[in-house]
Design a protein around this ligand. Structure first.
Ligand code: ADP
Ligand code: MG
Length: 704
């Protein structure tokens, strides 16, 4: 349970005065909310960090006020001068003075009543805003603040500036932020005193206060102590949550599975190739994990085409040899189906019973699969998200494999794991996108990692060329020659605008064009097609009846047609490197020389130019991933957008790598010394976990 002292922070932001149903909608646009949260809460306000400050601390007398600067003035109101009737353009002027001079406060389109109320003649007001020189006179147009002396301290002398959205004023946000700050309770310190001391980091509440009510312009900088401390808090919460999950999954005595190798031997004998060295190594690591008393949580990382599917199959075979079941989950239906097609003949040769479960299996067919699954008559299940449905029960699920993990969130991984009888299911996550270590740590904590570093023998390099769209006709002539030699082509048309419809139009248009040239050798594949049509098109492409497959990015993940050797990507400048690499990986799988043609529309931006040049230079997925990270920042690689993995809100700052590494080690140490978080620091750390909403993962494993 969340400590009750934190409850005020998790109330709706509507509980702040001044925030009603209309503003809550604007806040929703403007604040970064974690997935699943539909209404901004007080905490979300607190994590909305300023981007700078307006310094109002200059309090000159009028004679010394510097035009063009922001000042706070103490003024007596002398007289009001309304614009002449009928002249809407003329401003409303209020003349004020101090002992050294006069100034006109100027209001355009002002409501007379309002101005009169703000600035009653004869009274003193503190006024803050930008002074200007107008002819010889001083003036200030639309002061930012006008307050009576008794409210002087409401005037923010260092005013934090926040990212806003149309219709939401900084003043309103600031007022809400101040109330939000008042809700922050005193908490016991969860960081170690010497660690804080060495960095001159303040306590949590002070840190938040400094950022939202700065005493110094530096306070809102993301390199300064207050922000750094908060970033570290967020990172530590994440690392600690992972460490806890991981600890529990290891402590939970996983089942020890080790088969006799019978099924694996049969599968290997049926393979038309022998395994690569790194496939063998990975399989060895996996077998060791499965045989060990703890639960497996392993990431299998292998570039596109490195042969992960076979590793998955042989891993599942271990479960079956031990008398249990296994599941393989793919992110798309096309891919799930293709996995089944690849696996079915091998499974048959080895006497494995495989079944498919996607959103499309319905009615009787689905019932039959569910029945066989529950009775143990199906050994391995291949499917999509459909596997998560609550009425899917295994007799004894021992191994769960998730392919192309970046499409799924961590929660789904946990959900699949929970399909096992005792939540002791071993999990293998497979990804084609090389994930740099820092990202691995932020998204998964400490998974064990196996890597497929070798490509299967006989692969030829893929010749990659960036060409302007103007050269389309020349390209088509070359393709015509290639087709006569038996080549097959993927032709990808990307999302032009972020709308399915427009995306589709681009693909359809290209399809129509190519169809004129090549007739019915051209096929079209996109997300909006009925599932059956998708399958049909895909299998006609696999059978070589379709020579050119025009597609939206639905083919991005995992499709395997070894004879296809040309990849054409339109608007390549719009893709990220990781995605280009994934797409390119669809070719170069057979014996033909392979090509990847990156069509772009000139002129290329700097980043886009670098990306395409990088693609021409290398096929090294890891190098590409790292460069991608540099060029566009982290989230994209894991496809955070698709999976909705919560990003960091405070720690998304330059230099957070080092903080992350420290948080990682810190978390490991904490768990080693206080695995159940029962010490007094442990108790404080629980509060930290709740504060950053990392309690879910923890609760799932009944540790909290
Ligand atoms: P990915 O790692 O991208 O999922 P796949 O598992 O789809 O790669 O494998 C790509 C292709 O390589 C498939 O046609 C597969 O049969 C083939 N393959 C896998 N392992 C080997 C190997 N050891 N030797 C030769 N070909 C292999
Ligand atoms: Mg694959």
């Amino acid at each position: 349970m969340r400590p009750s002292s934190l409850n005020p922070l998790f109330a709706s932001a509507q509980s702040l005065s001044g925030i009603g149903p209309r503003l809550i909608l604007l806040l929703k646009k403007c604040l970064a909310l974690p997935p699943g949260v539909t209404e901004p809460r007080v905490a979300d306000m607190l994590w909305h960090m300023p981007t700078g400050v307006i310094d109002r601390r200059a309090e000159p007398e009028l004679a010394a006020a510097v035009p063009g600067t922001i000042v706070t003035l103490k003024l007596r109101v002398l007289k009001h001068k309304a614009p002449p009737r009928g002249n809407k353009k003329a401003p409303y002027k209020v003349t004020c003075e101090d002992d050294t001079g006069r100034i006109d406060l100027v209001f355009f389109h002002a409501e007379r009543k309002f101005v009169e109320g703000q600035l009653p003649v004869g009274e003193v007001r503190y006024v803050s805003g930008r002074v200007e020189k107008y002819g010889e006179a001083l003036q200030m147009a639309h002061p930012d603040y006008i307050v009576p002396p008794e409210s002087r301290n409401e005037l923010p002398m260092l005013e934090p500036v926040y990212p806003l959205t149309a219709g939401l004023s900084g003043k309103i946000l600031l007022k809400a932020q101040r109330q939000a700050l008042e809700r922050v309770p005193e908490v016991d310190e969860w960081q170690q005193a010497d660690w804080l001391g060495a960095r001159h980091w303040p306590d949590f509440r002070t840190a938040l206060t400094r950022v939202h009510r700065p005493l110094d312009a530096q306070d809102v900088s993301n390199g300064a102590a207050p922000w750094q401390r908060l970033a570290y808090d967020e990172l530590l919460a994440g690392q600690l949550a992972f460490a806890l999950v991981r600890q529990t999954s290891k402590i939970d005595r996983g089942r020890q599975i080790s088969g006799n190798g019978n099924i694996r031997r049969k599968i290997e004998a049926a393979l038309p190739f022998s395994l690569t060295g790194s496939q063998r190594t990975a399989l060895g690591e996996i077998a060791d994990d499965l045989a060990a008393p703890h639960r497996m949580l392993r990431l299998l990382q292998g570039d596109v085409g490195s042969g992960k599917t076979v590793v998955a199959l042989l891993t599942m075979a271990v479960a079956v040899e031990a008398g249990a079941q296994a599941a393989l989950m793919a992110p798309t239906e096309v891919l799930a189906r293709q996995h089944l097609e690849t696996i079915a003949p091998l499974a048959e040769a080895a006497g494995l019973r495989a079944a498919l479960l996607t959103g499309r299996e319905k009615g009787k067919a689905r019932d039959a699969v569910l029945k066989h699954l529950a009775s143990g008559d199906v050994d391995i299940l291949i499917g999509t998200h459909a596997i998560f449905q609550p009425d899917v029960h295994f007799k004894d699920l021992a191994v769960a494999i998730i392919d192309e993990q970046h499409r799924f969130g961590v929660h789904q991984r946990l959900a699949l794991q929970a399909k096992g009888n005792n939540e002791d299911t071993n999990v293998l996550v497979m990804t084609a996108t090389p994930i740099p270590r820092t990202l691995l740590m932020t998204h998964y904590g400490d998974l064990d990692v196996s890597k497929l570093t070798e490509k299967p023998a006989g692969r030829k390099p893929i010749v990659t060329k960036a060409v302007p769209i103007e050269s389309l006709e020349r390209l088509i002539e070359r393709i015509r020659v290639q087709l006569q030699e038996g080549a097959q082509v993927y032709w990808v048309c990307p999302l032009i605008e972020s709308s399915e419809v427009v995306d589709l139009a681009a693909a359809e248009e290209r399809f129509a064009y190519l169809r004129q040239l090549f007739g019915d050798q051209v096929g079209l594949l996109h997300g909006a097609l009925a599932a059956k049509e998708k399958d049909e098109t895909m299998s006609r492409f696999e059978a070589g009846q379709i020579k050119i497959l025009v597609a939206t990015t639905v083919i991005e993940v995992g499709v395997n047609v070894p004879n296809a050797n040309i990849m054409v990507i339109e608007h390549a400048e719009r893709f990220g490197l990781a995605q280009l690499h994934q797409l390119r990986g669809r070719v170069g799988r057979g014996t033909r020389e392979s090509f990847c043609m990156l069509l772009y529309k000139a002129p290329l931006g700097e980043t886009a130019g670098k990306r395409l040049a990088m693609m021409e230079e290398t096929e090294d997925g890891f190098l590409i991933a790292e460069t991608d990270l540099k060029l566009r920042g982290g989230g994209e690689i894991l496809g955070a957008r698709q999976s909705g993995t919560p990003g960091f809100r405070l720690a998304d700052i330059p230099g957070s790598d080092q903080l992350l590494a420290a948080a990682h080690d810190d978390a490991a140490l904490i768990i080693a010394q206080d695995p159940m978080l029962t010490s007094s620091r442990g108790q404080a750390l629980r509060t930290l976990l709740y504060l950053f909403e990392r309690d879910d993962a923890v609760r799932l494993f009944r540790v909290a």
